[in-house]
Design a protein around this ligand. Structure first.
Ligand code: SF4
Length: 349
């Protein structure tokens, strides 16, 4: 049997025995483990996920209801009007289109439908369109509705919550120290404010980040602990898939083992939230994608992302079936059992 590093023993004792969260110094020790110990960190993260969240995987589809032309300058984003990219601007979809897409998401096994628009924040017309679509989807399709409309003004979150939008997505993208390097048209604090408004209005908060933009592990932990403090119930983990024409278009891809370490460390820092495997995983992780689901992720965005193509939903659902992981709220035809993957326990000290 391999020796279990002290940091893993301490983390297992806190997270599995005492059911306590870990502190920043211990998270830093997990980050510092050598690659040779990564399989044991992944194993611990999977156990934490099972113990705190159970075996089911939340499957979600996101729809870009309005694409491109955003006035903000986020350096990773091909939807910014400031950069010349391959993104083709598309106006806001109408309610009938959104209802149809929500129905197709449900038929595919999805349990949540997230309406995403590329704007700094919604004006009155857009807010009304989204509210109308949310009412129509909830009346016609058995699916949860979420929204991602950018920065909110006072009062807007309450109106979205009243329309039955149960979850608001607003990614912080990066930690507070690194954020000014990826965006200058709004601040990290602006994003935090919107997250707080969503929570205060009674919506669940979905907020995560993009890894591989040049940030340090310290920045990644800053983001993780901020998300934990904000009470994010769902945390999308995106990996930079550099887009031509954006300032980060020539950035190197993140190392796959670092991407897995990110997922595992985030699971250990935030044991009780849905950790959603999101954009860039196909490009960054390649053959290692399934390991992310064994490293603590318990959510999956299937189909295409907002500006990049994912692999087909069928391939991802087959991956979950092969892993023996049930889909939350929608057991899949052909899923081989509802068991979780049995792994060797990490024994606490
Ligand atoms: S990340 Fe959002 S706010 Fe930033 S440019 Fe893209 S669409 Fe606009």
């Amino acid at each position: 049997m391999p020796q279990i590093p002290e940091a893993l023993r301490l983390a297992a004792a806190a997270l599995l025995d005492r059911r306590e969260t870990i502190d920043r110094p211990l998270a830093e020790q997990l980050v510092a483990l050598p690659d040779d110990d990564l399989p044991q960190l992944i194993q611990l993260a999977h156990q934490v996920r099972l113990a705190w969240m159970g075996p089911a995987v939340e499957v979600e589809s996101i729809i870009s209801a309005k694409t491109g032309g955003c006035p903000e300058d986020c350096t990773f984003c091909s939807q910014s009007a400031r950069y010349t990219t391959e993104v083709v601007r598309q106006p806001m979809m109408d309610t009938a289109q959104l209802v149809d897409l929500a129905r197709r998401t449900r038929e595919m096994g999805g349990t949540e439908f997230c309406i995403v628009v590329a704007v700094r924040g919604p004006d009155e017309r857009m807010l009304r369109n989204v509210i109308e679509a949310a009412h129509a989807i909830r009346a016609e399709v058995d699916i949860e509705v979420a929204a991602s409309l950018g920065l909110l003004k006072p009062g807007q979150a309450e109106r979205l919550a009243a329309a039955g939008i149960h979850r608001y997505n607003h990614n912080l993208e990066a930690g507070p120290r690194f954020f000014p390097r990826i965006c200058t048209t709004h601040s990290f604090e602006d994003r935090v404010q919107t997250c707080r408004m969503a929570v205060e209005a009674g919506m669940e908060l979905c907020s995560g980040g993009i890894f591989g933009m040049g940030e340090t592990w310290e920045d990644r932990l800053d983001l993780a602990f901020t998300l934990r403090e904000l009470g994010a119930r769902e945390i999308p983990c995106n990996f930079l898939d550099p887009r031509d024409g954006t300032p980060l278009g020539g950035a190197p891809l993140m190392r796959p083992l670092d991407a897995l370490r990110c997922v595992a460390v985030y699971r250990c820092v935030i044991p009780d939230s849905v950790l959603r495997y999101a954009g860039g995983r196909e490009v960054v992780l390649r053959d290692l994608q399934a390991y992310g689901m064994l490293a603590g992720a318990n959510g999956l965005i299937v189909g295409n992302y907002l500006t990049t193509l994912g692999r087909s939903a069928e391939v991802d659902l087959a991956m979950l079936a092969d892993l023996g992981m049930p889909v939350a709220g929608a057991p899949l035809t052909g899923t081989r059992g509802m068991r979780s993957i049995p792994l060797q326990p990490v024994t606490p000290a």
